[in-house]
Design a protein around this ligand. Structure first.
Ligand SMILES: Nc1ncnc2c1ncn2[C@@H]1O[C@H](COP(=O)(O)OP(=O)(O)OP(=O)(O)O)[C@@H](O)[C@H]1O
Length: 387
């Protein structure tokens, strides 16, 4: 059992607030990924959970017990570091046995637990080697096995895959996810890699400059990003973000953008600066010269193809829309060329709106989209736009 609750946890280093009032409820068995760009406070937060660093504010609970001031060795949490932190002069077997020896386990218990841990990450054949005789991937497995032998209440991992090459990272990522399913234990895992977060996490805590930006399942973060930052951080290629102006009149929403023809819904006078977000996979490309080919509902962006990139499985069509650049990912069977006049279309339900000043998501509900000529409003919206 390991339910971890962080209450307003804070850490300042002089003037720098590395972690700023973060509260998280991490359920037993969760694979929580702390995700965010370099310097956002991920490692500082993990080290406070591990007991390697004292918070300057807030508290941490483990299964209902306040462990804020408890020394690391008493927390029963195992940490796997980016550097692996193996003892170079000891064999793999002795590295694995070390945490058990410290606890005074019997020789028989040590032997069986070391072997079981080594087998679970497929390194039983390497037990007599020294760390320097191992590849990066093998060292990483030893570091995980050393955490496993302790049978801790939770595993804390700080970018454990960052020293591996791309192929090994993919394989090891799948193994770690499988290990988590087998053990059913709580994992807290630091990374700046969105693919690792999306594929392994049951929950993601996205951090930005020491603050919690969004907390939810990978699907929630991807499908309903709570801010411009979250929208831009998850997804590759990144979500298209366009500056626009939103007006609300008669309960309808209109969006204007400079140089953009019929972007979403036309309406009354400008009222609020917003950012419109549409993921590359939610846009479709249509012949701009053929009005009949363009969907009449949803968002439409008129522009020119700039560049087409063939990625093998799909292609990226980069377009100029007014002053902005918009990317569409689409099937390679479509034959678009630089210079083509196109209309990019997206269903209204796939359009994200954000307030430009605060960066926060604006919630709105498109009504059923009526068939409408392109010069008329493209949809009536029963929107509740906060603020
Ligand atoms: N011991 C320290 N003294 C002063 N500032 C520190 C210390 N440790 C971290 N910081 C600062 O706190 C902030 C968060 O650092 P942290 O290492 O937690 O970020 P991170 O998200 O893990 O970054 P990365 O992905 O690059 O490892 C940074 O601005 C960093 O410079």
């Amino acid at each position: 059992m390991a339910r971890l609750v962080l209450n307003q946890i804070t850490r300042a280093f002089g003037d720098v607030t590395a972690v700023d009032r973060i509260s998280l409820d991490i359920a037993d068995g969760d694979f929580l990924v702390l995700l965010g760009p370099s310097g956002c406070g991920k490692t500082t937060l993990l080290r406070m959970i591990a007991g390697l660093l004292d918070p300057t504010g807030g508290s941490i609970e483990l299964d209902g017990t306040d462990i804020t001031g408890m020394p690391a060795r008493k927390r029963d949490l195992a940490m796997v570091f980016q550097s692996y932190a193996l003892y170079p002069h000891l064999s793999v077997a002795k590295n694995l046995a070390f945490p058990l020896k410290v606890r005074g386990a019997s020789k028989q218990e040590i032997t069986s637990r070391v072997l079981a841990a080594a087998e679970s990450v497929d390194i039983a054949h390497l037990l007599e080697r020294k760390p320097k005789e191992l590849s990066g991937g093998q060292r990483q497995r030893v570091a995980v096995a050393r955490a496993l032998v302790r049978e801790p209440r939770a595993f804390l991992m700080d970018e454990p895959l960052s020293n591996l090459d791309a192929k090994l990272r993919t394989a090891t990522r799948q193994e770690l996810a499988a290990l988590h399913r087998t053990l059913g234990a709580t994992f807290v895992y630091v990374t700046h890699d969105q693919v690792e977060a999306m594929t392994m996490a049951t929950k993601i805590a996205l951090l930005n400059a020491g603050r919690l930006e969004q907390y939810g399942t990978p699907e929630e973060l991807y499908d309903t990003p709570s801010s411009i930052f979250a929208a831009g951080f998850l997804g590759s290629p990144a979500m298209n973000l366009l500056d626009a102006t939103l007006t609300t009149a008669d309960g309808s929403i209109a969006i204007f953008a400079p140089g953009v023809e019929a972007l979403l819904w036309k309406g009354a006078s400008p009222d609020r600066d917003i950012v419109v977000g549409i993921r590359p996979e939610h846009l479709s490309v249509h012949d701009g010269a053929d009005a009949a080919a363009v969907p009449t509902a949803g968002a439409a962006l008129r522009g020119t193809v700039d560049l087409v990139e063939n990625l093998g499985r799909e292609q990226l069509v980069h377009c100029r829309i007014g002053d902005e650049r918009v990317t569409v990912s689409c099937d390679r069977a479509e034959t678009w060329r630089a210079g083509d006049l196109v209309v990019l279309a997206a269903p209204a339900a796939r359009v994200h709106l954000f307030d430009r000043a605060s960066g926060r998501r604006l919630e709105w509900q498109p009504d059923a989209e009526p068939e409408a000529p392109t010069h008329r409003p493209r949809a009536e919206l029963s929107a509740s736009v906060p603020g």
